[in-house]
Ligand binder design. Structure first.
Ligand code: ATP
Ligand code: MG
Length: 394
């Protein structure tokens, strides 16, 4: 059946008191962004509800898919909208709706009526009872029956300025609309974890910027393109992402030449954090985000994380900190980043990795090792920052 409109239900933002309109407006903005490639829609809000009206022919599946990527949406209900509120007319439309929507009508149902238009002459309970009768008259022989407690189909009729009829609710992703929770800098590698970390933080309403470190010619153009592709996949949920691509080769080589090899990854991570924080401050981000999870590799033990964290002056959020790898893989499959993440291109961290990296680094020892870089590191850091490429991903 052809639906020309949707009713959007939102959960958590409904409880934000005086700030509610800000959340609703952010949600509408994100919905507009998501629906833009699908076609022309008008979006309006009305007392705790958001309505989407199609202004032209559109692909239903594409529209639902786009909306199901908008954080803040709890449910997407395809609706029939009727301007004529006369009861007999509504009853006919409701009967036709059930006939068209359900080929097999041997199920139990309940009619739920909401009367936002208090001037409507018939009370909600009565409208529900009358509509139930009409439906039974038409379809009882086909097996349609009433169940007030656990109906197979809950048919909702909302009487407002117009009448809205629906019985399906497609789950949305939940969370908060992007843009309501400030901005954060994601350290985005080509792996499985960091895109998921970006998704998770963004789900709480945070908009994202990203930094990627590569080491040409040790890492290829294809490896960089993979990260751009991952950023594109995340941007479907988060909106546009500014991606900083930093040439890390000189710094990495210097660390490799001058510092103990078992400390390479930790020292590298510390410089990555510093550079990412530089860009974060420049663009008003309030935190850094990584895909680290306790114990996953040597550089992610509690000791290593503490040493990495020590260089940062802003909060570092690690949304995957307590997740098992399989749990992270499951989310990456769900959000569509997994297949790209597992493409076998080299990462700068894996090229210069030590055979036996320290798992319990000592901060003083690491700082001592870093002193070997004193002569060169400031200039190298400046160059890495000033030569970084900025890519607008959307
Ligand atoms: P991922 O799957 O995200 O690559 P990983 O399990 O490979 O994670 P590490 O390589 O130890 O883990 O990286 C830990 C975190 O450090 C990553 O989740 C990411 O946030 C950041 N990171 C690592 N390498 C890079 C890189 N080349 N550019 C940007 N950030 C990086
Ligand atoms: Mg990695």
């Amino acid at each position: 059946m052809d639906f020309k409109a949707f009713l959007i239900k939102y959960a958590e933002i409904g409880v934000k008191g005086k700030n509610r309109f800000r959340f609703e407006d952010a949600l509408i903005q994100q919905m507009r962004y998501a629906l833009q490639p699908v076609g022309e829609f008008s979006i309006r809000k009305e007392s705790g509800r958001i309505f989407v009206d199609a202004l032209e022919e559109y692909d239903y599946d594409e529209a639902v898919e786009a909306l199901s990527r908008v954080f803040g949406i709890a449910g997407i209900c395809p609706i029939v909208v009727e301007e004529n509120k006369d009861f007999d007319h509504i009853a006919a439309v409701v009967c036709d709706y059930v006939g068209e929507r359900y080929e097999d009508r041997a199920f139990s149902f309940k009619v739920n009526v909401r009367r936002a238009d208090k001037k409507y002459p018939i009370k909600s309970m009565e409208v529900a009872a009358l509509l139930g009768e009409k439906l039974l008259e038409r379809y009882e022989e086909e097996g349609l029956h009433v169940d007030d407690h656990e109906p197979d189909v809950l048919l909702t009729v909302e009487i407002r300025d117009k009448v809205y009829i629906y019985s399906d609710e497609i789950p949305g992703p939940g969370g908060m609309p992007v843009g309501t929770g400030g901005r954060a800098m994601l350290l985005l590698s080509g792996g499985i974890d960091s895109p998921v970390a970006g998704y998770m933080i963004s789900k709480r309403g945070v908009s994202l910027e990203a930094t990627y470190f590569h080491a040409p010619p040790y890492t290829s153009e294809r490896a960089k393109q993979k990260v751009v592709d991952l950023a594109k996949l995340i941007a479907r949920y988060t909106g546009p992402i500014t991606l900083h691509v930093v040439n890390f080769t000189d710094i990495q080589m210097a660390i490799y030449e001058k510092c103990p090899h078992d400390e390479l990854t930790i020292i590298m991570r510390r410089y990555m954090m510093k550079i990412a924080e530089h860009f974060a401050k420049e663009s008003g981000c309030l935190a850094l985000v990584t895909g680290e999870s306790i114990g996953q590799v040597a550089s992610q033990t509690m000791h290593s994380l503490a040493v990495t964290n020590e260089v940062c002056t802003m909060p570092v959020f690690r949304p995957l900190i307590g997740f098992d790898k399989q749990e992270i893989v499951d989310i990456s499959e769900k959000i569509g980043t997994y297949e790209t993440s597992v493409l076998p291109y080299e990462d700068c961290c894996t090229i210069f990795v030590a055979k036996h990296p320290v798992t319990k680094p000592n901060l003083n020892v690491i700082k001592c090792s870093e002193r070997h870089l004193d002569d060169v590191i400031d200039e190298m850091m400046e160059r890495a920052v000033s030569t970084a490429e900025t890519i607008e991903v959307c």
